[in-house]
Design a protein around this ligand. Structure first.
Ligand code: F6R
Length: 639
């Protein structure tokens, strides 16, 4: 089995933390630990008492446990499990209930007896909850306590639904949910915060800490700050996961993205001996400059020595030389010619000069990611004469408000009336859609008509952006990848047909450049699946001749930016170009003025994009390079 990247205990870290390349590998290791425990208990003729979690993090662990059951005969007959929490109030059959989650993700697929699993009851009358909670804990105690507790972690540090402020000795109880927890859950409640329950019944911190073994999972960049805080900070009620520092047998299992806030990842030279590759030097020097708030060319030997970089000086000479080298590397990433500059020496440029006119595909996970994330570069590629195609990977149809869909169907009916076009079908669709939308659909998926209309609305907006930037509408390719078409936030896993559709487009265009969204923020999210589709398609086509001349550039979505030392191409924008990009984003009217899945960030997409692009430019400037209004950044993926 794959080994974790670093498994030794590390100074600064107060909870043993294992970092794996991706959630799948990590989950496999955790599932095997659970399986071994179950088997050991079987040998001893004992029950195995598990504490289980819901949420996106443990899904891959459950998938592996199911595989072990199906393919390797792992039996769950001796397992007794207690879930951490349940929304309150919540009917067990509701789509968001943790009852339903557990049955769908695990229990229905293994041989655990029905009477062996317990999940807090979201249907109790209020006056019975306190007594129920005491009984829930008593049941666990009577079985000798939890042998193993699996945890996820909230962005605010909650474990179970023990929100910040929960005490270390807190018991199982009804808890008011934090605003941030509810906002993060809106995705599961048709995007509407008001539908998210305000409370939940949660196992208390003390019961979690009483488990003989605790393993906490975290995937994706969004968890990085809270993980770093829990592992390296002090024990505090402000981050309940930090209570695990007091447990003698707890472990965090994280992927690289969730680990990225830890000192051993951010400043590894302070923690252990590192190999001073050119990338590591760039990382250390940019970090030093930003920490000291000094431009790179002003860093001195003393700055290096005082900040844990004497080893670097010893190997690479004077600060003066290292500074110039890193400064030049950064300078060479900046280009106003993302498709390469014709007739120019390209030795130190991010892109090749030839061919002067390139064919490019921009893969856009949703219909607006192209303009939001790389609108300035998109415009430059077009203005500089390249043949630009956009592969819109998904329809984005779940992120359109119902009234918007109705407005468009109504428009079609009115339009037909106005021009004397007889259209009983259009009227029928209007009737059907308005009836469906009026009746409310808390747990339901949109009927196909409504979904198609929503998809068409987004398609129209994307076409509008293409016209605005100046590419023919035929260059907009709506791929409608099947993994996305579930009508719910929950998507299917990437499948062969998604990869084949992606390969087909690449083969048709034979691009010199591919741009793809390289987001790691949410490893289960649409962007990551879309990236996996592109990467797999590229790998499978790599042997073809045209691919030898194809470079892949990754951009970041609306949330996070690449670390400055990772950036290999930075495309600057003038104030006018920033404004132009904003107008391009405005073409996506269904995504303006409060979107369906707003999440915890209330800014509009154009604001997020502008703030991020100006922050990137600001970083370059802080490091002593020229001051630009904004910049879009890319990393090259070498396949
Ligand atoms: C779920 C639970 C929560 C989640 C946490 C992270 O039973 O108790 O603490 O583990 O909110 O959720 P995900 O894994 O969806 O990021």
């Amino acid at each position: 089995m794959e080994q974790p990247i670093i498994s030794d205990p590390i100074a600064y870290e107060k909870i043993p933390t294992k970092i794996y390349k991706d959630p799948k590998e990590a989950s496999r290791a955790v599932a095997h630990e659970i399986a071994d425990l179950i088997k050991q208990k079987q040998k001893e003729g004992k029950n195995c008492v598990l504490g289980l979690a819901t949420g996106s993090s443990p899904k891959t662990v459950y998938a592996e446990l199911i595989r072990l059951h199906r393919e390797e005969g792992l039996s769950f007959k001796n397992v007794i499990s207690f879930n951490l929490d349940e929304y309150y109030p919540m009917e067990p059959d509701a789509i968001q209930s943790y009852w339903r989650f557990m049955r769908e993700q695990l229990f229905n697929h293994v041989d655990i007896p029905k009477e062996n699993y317990f999940i807090p009851d979201g249907t109790l009358p209020p006056n019975r909850i306190a007594e129920y909670c005491v009984e829930y804990e008593r049941k666990i105690d009577n079985l000798g306590g939890l042998d193993f507790q699996l945890l996820g972690i909230g962005g605010n540090g909650h474990i179970g639904f023990n929100e910040p402020g929960s005490l270390i000795n807190s018991k199982t109880r009804l808890m008011m949910l934090d605003h941030s927890t509810r906002a993060a859950a809106t995705m599961d409640f048709s995007g509407e915060l008001t539908k998210v329950p305000k409370k939940a019944i949660t196992m208390g911190v003390s019961k979690i800490l009483a488990a003989k073994r605790v393993v906490l999972l975290a995937w994706g960049e969004r968890k990085a700050p809270v993980i770093a805080d829990a592992v390296e900070g002090s024990v505090t009620e402000h981050n309940p996961a930090s209570y695990l520092q007091t447990h003698s047998n707890a472990m965090f299992v994280v992927d690289e993205a969730a680990a990225s806030g830890l000192k051993r990842m951010k400043t590894p030279w302070l923690v252990e001996d590192v190999e001073w590759t050119s990338k590591m030097v760039k990382k250390a020097v940019t970090n030093l400059a930003l920490t000291l708030d000094k431009p790179i060319l002003k860093l001195t030997n003393k700055d290096y020595n005082d900040n844990g970089l004497s080893d670097l000086l010893a190997r690479h000479g004077q600060a003066y030389e290292i500074n110039i080298d890193v400064f030049n590397q950064l300078q060479n990433t900046i280009t106003g010619w993302p498709g390469g500059k014709p007739n120019a020496d390209d030795t130190n440029r991010p892109e090749r000069a030839l061919p002067a006119k390139k064919r490019c595909i921009i893969f856009s996970p949703h219909p607006d990611d192209d303009i939001i994330s790389m609108g300035g570069t998109f415009q430059r590629l077009v203005d500089q004469g390249h043949e630009v195609h956009i592969g819109y990977q998904t329809s984005g149809n779940i992120a359109v408000a119902d009234d918007e869909a109705l407005r468009f169907i109504d428009f079609v009916v009115d339009y037909n009336k106005q021009f004397g076009i007889s259209s009983p079908e259009a009227e029928k669709i209007f009737e059907k859609a308005s009836k469906f939308l009026k009746e409310g659909k808390v747990n339901e998926v949109d009927i196909p008509e409504v979904r198609y209309v929503k998809g068409l609305i987004r398609q129209g907006e994307a076409k509008n952006t293409c016209r605005f930037v100046g590419i023919p509408v035929e260059n907009a390719h709506f791929m409608n990848l099947p993994f996305y078409e579930t009508g719910t936030v929950q998507k299917k896993p990437l499948a062969e047909e998604d990869i084949l559709t992606t390969m087909e487009l690449i083969e048709k265009i034979k691009p010199h450049q591919i741009y793809a969204a390289g987001d790691l923020a949410d490893p289960h999210g649409t962007h990551k699946v879309c990236l996996d589709a592109v990467m797999e398609a590229v790998r499978r086509l790599a042997h073809k001749n045209f691919m030898k001349d194809c470079w892949v550039w990754l951009y970041r979505g609306a949330w996070a930016e690449w670390d400055i030392h990772e950036i290999e191409m930075a495309v600057p924008m003038s104030p006018d170009q920033v404004l132009q990009k904003r107008f391009g984003i405005f073409k996506h009217q269904s995504q303006k003025d409060g979107v369906v899945f707003q999440g915890t960030d209330s800014r509009e997409f154009w604001q997020r994009a502008e703030e991020r692009n100006s922050a990137t430019a600001g970083l370059y400037n802080k490091l002593g390079l020229a001051e630009y209004e904004a910049m879009e950044a890319f990393v090259r993926w070498k396949f």
